[in-house]
Design a protein around this ligand. Structure first.
Ligand code: 5GP
Ligand code: MG
Length: 189
C-alpha cells in the first residue's frame, strides 16, 4: 500500500472538530452523558471531540470488526460490549471514525439501543455516502468524502499510518501491491 494525496489537513481537522463539538453540544440534551467510542480508529477523533465538547461525560468503548479481506465490510459485524460502561437511562453519544457501508454503525447503534439509553446520538468524523449498503445516517458528520480508502488521524491500514496527523488517501502501490496479501484489512482492489 502506498500513501496518496492529503485529503484533509491537520489544521482542517482541528477547525472542523471544534465546530462539530459545538454542534454536538447544542444537540445533546442536558443531563447525564455517556460516550461510547468504537475502537480503535475513532480514538484520536473522540479524544479531540470530547475535549472540545467541554462537558462532564463518562467514557466507554465498543469493539467492532467487520473487515474480512479487501475493503468492503463483510456485513457481519462482530461487536464487543464488555467495556461499554453503564448505558441504561443515560444520554448516549456513539462516536465512530467513518461511516462507510453502514454495517458497523447500524450494528453498534442497534446493540446500544437495546441497552435502553435515555437518548442516543451518533457522530462520525468521516462519511462516504457513495459506499452505503445499509440505510443509515449519522446525526453528526465531520467531513463527507468520496469513495477512497483513507488513513491517518487514528485510521489505519493493517495498523499502519494511525499516527499521521493528516487524513490521506491510501492506494495499492504500483504495479501489483506486493504487500496487499499481508495486509488483509487494506484496500487491495
Ligand atoms: P462500515 O461497516 O460502515 O462499512 O465500515 C465502518 C468501518 O470500516 C469504519 O469504522 C472503519 O474502521 C472501516 N473503514 C471504512 N472505510 C475506511 C477507510 O477508508 N479507511 C480506514 N482506515 N478504515 C475504513
Ligand atoms: Mg471503525
Amino acid at each position: 500500500m502506498a500513501l496518496g494525496e492529503t485529503l484533509i489537513t491537520e489544521s482542517e481537522i482541528r477547525g472542523r472538530v471544534g465546530t462539530l463539538a459545538r454542534e454536538v453540544g447544542a444537540a445533546l440534551p442536558p443531563g447525564d452523558l455517556h460516550c461510547a467510542v468504537v475502537l480503535k480508529s475513532a480514538l484520536f477523533f473522540a479524544v479531540d471531540l470530547l475535549r472540545a465538547l467541554g462537558r462532564e461525560a463518562s467514557l466507554g468503548f465498543v469493539s467492532a470488526s467487520s473487515y474480512g479481506g479487501g475493503t468492503e465490510s463483510a456485513g457481519e459485524v462482530r461487536l464487543g460490549l464488555e467495556a461499554v460502561g453503564r448505558v441504561a437511562g443515560r444520554h448516549l453519544l456513539l462516536i465512530d471514525d467513518i461511516l462507510d457501508t453502514g454495517h458497523t454503525l447500524a450494528a453498534a447503534r442497534g446493540a446500544l439501543q437495546a441497552l435502553r439509553p435515555a437518548s442516543l446520538r451518533t457522530c462520525v468524523l468521516l462519511d462516504k455516502p457513495s459506499r452505503r449498503r445499509v440505510s443509515i445516517e449519522a446525526d453528526h458528520v465531520g467531513f463527507t468524502i468520496a469513495d477512497v480508502f483513507v488513513v491517518g488521524y487514528g485510521l489505519d491500514c493493517a495498523e499502519a499510518y494511525r499516527t499521521l496527523p493528516d487524513i490521506r488517501a491510501c492506494r495499492p502501490g504500483a504495479p501489483s501491491a506486493p504487500d496487499a496479501k499481508e495486509r488483509p484489512g487494506c484496500w487491495n482492489g
